[in-house]
Design a binder for this molecule. Structure first.
Ligand SMILES: NC(=O)c1ccc[n+]([C@@H]2O[C@H](COP(=O)([O-])OP(=O)(O)OC[C@H]3O[C@@H](n4cnc5c(N)ncnc54)[C@H](OP(=O)(O)O)[C@@H]3O)[C@@H](O)[C@H]2O)c1
Length: 254
């Protein structure tokens, strides 16, 4: 097989939440695969660390400080990407937050914060990028969902609702946008070691997770990056409207 079909050479990717964790892993891998990468997030210093790594191996990256839960933030992200590189081929909606509280005590403000970022921010950034992709008749959209979209995980009702929404939306948008040559898929990562999951990893549940996952370890951001690059590359042109579970065998484990 021609490995060029796995290359992102000549492509421009926006990756949200690119300063840490899974987003940093995906942004770096996409740059290694030849894409120019727009690094989006709220904290410039973290994004600059990813930028430094990418520029260190001769890749191209652009830092854009953005809050995806804010309409102006989303608009200026897309506008800056287009002004700089004239095209957006790939969008990775990775930015996400979580608030863990038993559902009976869950606060409305926490619900709003999680859903505004993880679900509303994801949809409306996708909409902005897709308008441009529809004009160009090309696009690859990758949503970072979660195991929470397909199984019960304690104490995260808003996160679960948002990730479930992302997963359902993947089917919906895939059929509306397939005629425009836009592929949209979701990755459902299992337990990955990042700042988001550090409190869980360090708790009693962290030990339970480690003992239950068939591969016998927590995942690393790089474990998600390969799937993201594949979903962004021509090799996956016939793949759309799917949830891809990357979990070290967690779901298979029953
Ligand atoms: N780690 C896991 O086990 C796991 C499992 C399943 C799914 N996920 C999903 O994977 C994604 C990445 O999470 P992670 O584990 O890598 O955690 P993380 O390191 O905390 O990454 C989340 C990123 O999102 C950014 N972000 C948060 N709110 C934002 C906003 N309003 N606007 C722009 N950027 C924002 C954060 O940067 P700033 O704070 O600087 O903005 C941060 O870089 C999330 O969607 C998460 O739900 C993670």
């Amino acid at each position: 097989m021609n490995l060029e079909r796995f290359s992102l050479k000549g492509r421009v990717a926006i990756v949200t939440g690119a300063g840490t964790g899974i987003g940093q892993g995906i942004a770096t891998a996409m740059a290694e695969s030849g894409a120019r990468v727009v690094l989006a997030g709220r904290t410039r210093s973290r994004l600059e660390e990813t930028e430094e790594t990418i520029k260190g191996f001769g890749g191209e990256a652009l830092v854009v400080e953005t809050d995806v839960s804010d309409r102006d933030g989303r608009e200026s992200l897309v506008a800056t990407a287009l002004e700089t590189w004239k095209q957006i081929d790939i969008l990775v909606n990775n930015a996400g937050v979580n608030v863990r509280t038993p559902p009976e005590d869950y606060r409305e403000e926490d619900w709003d914060h999680v859903v505004e970022t993880n679900l509303k921010g994801t949809f409306f950034l996708t909409q902005l990028a897709a308008r441009h992709m529809i004009e160009r008749k090309y696009g690859k959209i990758i949503q970072i969902a979660s195991l929470a979209a397909i199984t019960g995980i304690p104490h995260i009702p808003a996160y679960t609702a948002a990730k479930g929404g992302i997963a359902s939306m993947t089917y919906q948008l895939a059929i509306d946008w397939a005629p425009h040559n836009i592929n949209i898929n979701s990755i459902c990562p299992g337990y990955i070691r990042t700042p988001l999951t550090r409190p869980v990893e360090e708790s009693e549940r962290g030990t339970y997770i480690l003992n239950r996952v068939p591969v016998g370890r927590w995942g690393e951001p790089e474990d998600i990056a390969g799937t993201a690059v594949f979903l962004a590359a021509p090799a996956s042109d016939f793949l759309t409207g799917q949830l891809i579970v990357v979990d070290g065998g967690w779901m298979a484990g029953g």
